[in-house]
Ligand binder design. Structure first.
Ligand code: AMP
Length: 426
């Protein structure tokens, strides 16, 4: 291939039968997940939305936050003439931008939206971490009711359940209200400042910009300092409103029999995040990597120039869901076989065989042979393609306007007028 390869950290999603196909890059696997999630989410009243693959830089800077790794280190920018854009690293900020820009406040409230698609982050590629990956996204705009939070989490769990994945852990926390966080960040600043010299360079910046993110640091040195200092967690600093909200979310989940662990260390340190935050982990994907996560973001619409609109949302990584399925031995559903395979017995019948298959495609999957073969060979080919019926046509059938139809599961065979083929198949 003389050095022409796809960029590092990207994947081709491939069809079944591709050599060395890893399940996380199975095109059919991706589609299966999207279709399954679409059913779960649309049955719950969510509507499909799709935003552009790239956004104005400002949307992501404001929407994801200047102090995040995504904005500081992982942005993919794209230039067109003198304009600079960013390939979307996640779905929430673009959807909230679209909500504001298109006046979606007019929709019945709360508006439930879902999407899926490729996201881009210039990370160091490794298993389960890519530069282009795919997310399933659910966002609800227009309500801060804890019932909306609990339903959002329940829907995420329902997607997992429908997939057949079991070994997951739902970790739930609250990042409080902004005023709770101001206090908490001050507490962390006072705690870490005497140890600032030992913090990683990133965390030195975080100490100024957003001390909560130090707790989220991937640096071992930082984690060592955290272990020594044993900081109190955000969950211990919740104000009355956030605390009552959190208790209510927990109460709904408990009542619905959804198991979760309260995890005080969950950090979503962006300014607009409020209250409920959670992650779903799976042992097959690794301790540090979540299958998905979500949170409430009541301040985001205003940051993007819109009216105050409370919101909450979550995202699954599609590749990681497929890794989790694979780790548990959950198989993708078998693709549906053919309804009909049409075999020409002589070359003169090839065109008509194809045409019979075209007609049957209104009912289901139908294919035909590109070569004329003996009846036994055509039947063998039909069986290989997992067909339910095979139709055989040669020149004498053509003259009489008939076709030989065989039901491959019962072995029953009859000669029928071609005009009856569709009703027979039905
Ligand atoms: P986040 O938007 O960072 O909360 O990510 C939501 C989910 O997207 C994560 O839990 C992962 O499943 C997935 N994800 C995030 N970043 C990547 C990546 N670089 N490669 C693969 N999946 C990712």
């Amino acid at each position: 291939m003389s050095g022409i390869t796809r960029p590092r950290g990207t994947q081709d999603l491939l069809p079944d039968g591709s050599p060395k196909l890893e399940v996380q890059f199975s095109a059919r696997g991706h589609r299966h997940l999207v279709e399954l999630a679409a059913r779960v989410l649309e049955n719950a009243g969510a509507q499909y939305i799709q935003t552009p693959m790239f956004e104005m830089v400002e949307v992501i800077k404001r929407g994801v936050g200047d102090s995040t790794d995504i904005v500081r280190k992982e942005m993919f920018t794209a230039k067109a003439q003198s304009d600079e854009f960013i390939l979307r690293p996640e779905g929430t900020a673009p959807i909230v931008r679209a909500f504001v820009q298109n006046g979606l406040k007019q929709l019945p409230s709360p508006a439930k939206l879902w999407t899926f698609g490729a996201m881009f982050r210039a990370e160091r590629p490794q298993k389960g971490r890519y530069r282009q990956f795919h997310q399933l996204d659910y966002e609800v705009l227009g309500s801060d009711d804890p019932l909306v939070d609990a339903e959002a989490i329940a829907l995420m769990m329902q997607v997992i359940d429908r997939l057949g994945v079991k070994k997951i852990e739902l970790k739930l926390g609250s990042v409080g209200d902004p005023e709770d966080r101001v206090q908490y960040n001050q507490y962390l600043r006072d705690l870490f400042t005497p140890h600032a010299e030992r913090l990683s360079e990133d965390s030195k910046d975080r100490l100024v910009l957003n001390p909560m993110r130090i707790l989220d640091s991937k640096s071992e040195g930082d984690q060592q300092i955290i272990a020594e200092l044993q900081p109190k967690m955000m969950l211990d600093h919740l104000g009355e409103g956030a605390s009552a909200h959190f208790q209510q979310v927990c109460a709904y989940l408990t009542a619905w029999g959804i198991p979760f662990t309260v995890d005080p260390s969950i950090v979503r340190g962006l300014d607009y995040y409020r209250r409920t935050a959670w992650e779903i982990h799976h042992e097959g994907v690794g301790a540090k990597s979540a299958l998905g996560g979500g949170g409430r973001y009541d301040g985001l619409a205003e940051l993007l120039g819109g009216p105050h609109t409370p919101g909450i949302g979550w995202a699954f990584g599609i590749e990681r869901l497929l890794i989790a399925m694979d780790a548990e031995g959950v198989k993708l559903p078998e693709p549906e076989g053919l309804l009909l395979y049409v075999g020409a017995l002589e070359e003169a019948a090839l065109g008509q065989a194809a045409q019979l298959a075209f007609g049957a495609r209104s009912l289901g999957k139908a294919d035909f042979s590109y070569k004329a073969k003996a009846p036994g060979k055509q039947i063998q080919d039909a069986l290989k393609k997992n067909a339910r019926f095979v139709a055989l046509i040669g020149s004498s059938e053509m003259e009489q306007g008939v076709v030989t139809l065989k039901n491959l599961s019962t072995g029953e065979q009859s000669t029928i007028p071609q005009t009856d083929l569709l009703s027979k198949l039905q």
